[in-house]
Write a protein that binds this ligand. Structure first.
Ligand SMILES: [Zn+2]
Length: 388
């Protein structure tokens, strides 16, 4: 059994230990130490990351994740390490501190909804950017969100004491926990926020609510199972998100030349004006297309282009095919001559097949390559004479 140092002192980030096992599984190495500060994934909280190194600190391996297997804690590493070696383990404290802020913050938010509004938590998820709590209620009104967020930050400021303790399942029942553990071993680990909340949890928590830092609710979403999902950030993430919003707002203020309280109004005006322009341009385009159709009807039957963009060439062919009943378009390239043709009969098709290098199509509409080089003036004159 691995000795778990993280419960006694959740803020300990470095420790000495001895390597008990090192097993290669797929592309990673599963390492067991005699003791560890690395918290294994559980209670909705991710497993710790960090490093393990020899005492001389000349050989370091990365711990990518930490998992629990029965009573052993498995450090999932990118490289092996010698069994029996004395090592120093060091957790990624920024990663851990952030997780503890989200996790302990979630305890406080769930406690507030339960105590103040009798709304129970169904599930939680801690994401890389935001975390969510699913509440057993179809709707959370705005006043409730404002009240709960204000109270959460007030209880953070009050720096309430957070304690944990282990109890027998019988004693744990007497504590009237907000939520019992899903399954018991011999002991139930309980996390208390002062006298405000008591809940079964195997995660790691701060000693005081002030360490959670600022809590910001983001949005609610009604789920199909009748629950409502609240997303939130806590601690440093609140400041990171504030900076993101602040920078975006400053950039918008500059672009729109508007004060912050007018940004939304200015954007709505901009959208409305853009729509007007799009509608106007649509009408002008329709008018141009009508005029173009009339012009195309009167153009010559054989038209020679010089190095026209292939998409434009196709587009002209497509448009002519609906306005004229006969035409031959040739697009002279540096080393070829392409064509698009709508023919009137088999005689013209026969002639085209004689002069074309490659062609294909149906219903008198053909396209392909007339030659693998530019056509000469005489060839063009001859083609014009025949097809005009
Ligand atoms: Zn917890």
């Amino acid at each position: 059994m691995t000795k778990q140092l993280f419960y006694k002192n959740p803020k300990q980030i470095e420790f000495f230990a001895k390597v008990k096992k090192c097993t290669k599984i797929d592309n990673s190495f599963h390492i067991v130490l005699d003791k560890t500060c690395f918290y294994p994934e559980g209670g909705g909280q991710s497993g710790d990351r960090g490093i393990i190194e020899n005492l001389q600190r000349t050989h370091t391996i990365e711990v990518i994740d930490t998992q629990r297997e029965n009573k052993e804690i498995i450090h999932i590493c990118d490289s092996p390490i010698e069994v029996g070696l004395k090592v120093i383990g060091k957790i990624d404290q920024i990663f851990r501190f952030d997780l503890m802020q989200q996790h302990t913050g979630q305890h406080l938010i769930s406690a507030i909804f339960f105590r103040e509004f009798k709304i129970q938590t169904k599930g939680v998820h801690f994401g890389a950017q935001v975390s969510t709590i699913d509440f057993i209620t179809e709707r959370i009104p705005d006043f409730m969100l404002i009240q709960a967020e204000t109270l959460a930050n007030l209880l953070v400021a009050k720096s309430l004491v957070i304690r944990t303790g282990s109890f027998s399942p019988q004693d744990a029942k007497k504590l009237k926990l907000r939520k019992m553990a899903n399954s018991y071993e011999d002991k139930v680990r309980v996390c208390f926020i002062d006298r405000y909340d008591a809940v079964a949890c195997c995660g790691v928590h701060f000693k005081k609510t002030s360490e959670i830092g600022p809590i910001k609710f983001l949005q609610t979403e009604k789920l199909a199972d009748g629950t409502t999902r609240l997303s939130f950030v806590a601690g440093q993430r609140s400041l990171t998100l504030f900076n993101l919003y602040h920078n975006s707002c400053e950039s918008l203020k500059r672009s729109l030349s508007a004060p912050i309280e007018k940004i939304t109004e200015e954007l709505e005006n901009l959208k409305a004006n853009n729509q007007l322009r799009v509608d106007e341009m649509g009408k002008r385009l329709d008018s141009l297309q009508n005029n173009l159709s009339e012009i195309l009807q009167s153009v010559e039957n054989v038209i020679i282009f010089d190095q026209l963009d292939s998409k434009d060439f196709s587009e002209i062919g497509k448009r002519l095919s609906v306005t004229k009943n006969f035409f031959l378009l040739i697009n002279q390239q540096e080393e070829s001559a392409n064509f698009i043709a709508l023919l009137r009969g088999d005689g013209e098709k026969e002639r085209l097949s004689q002069i074309a290098y490659r062609f294909g199509g149906k219903n008198n509409f053909y396209q392909g390559k007339l030659s693998e080089s530019r056509l000469g003036d005489l060839q063009i004159e001859e083609i014009k004479r025949f097809f005009q």
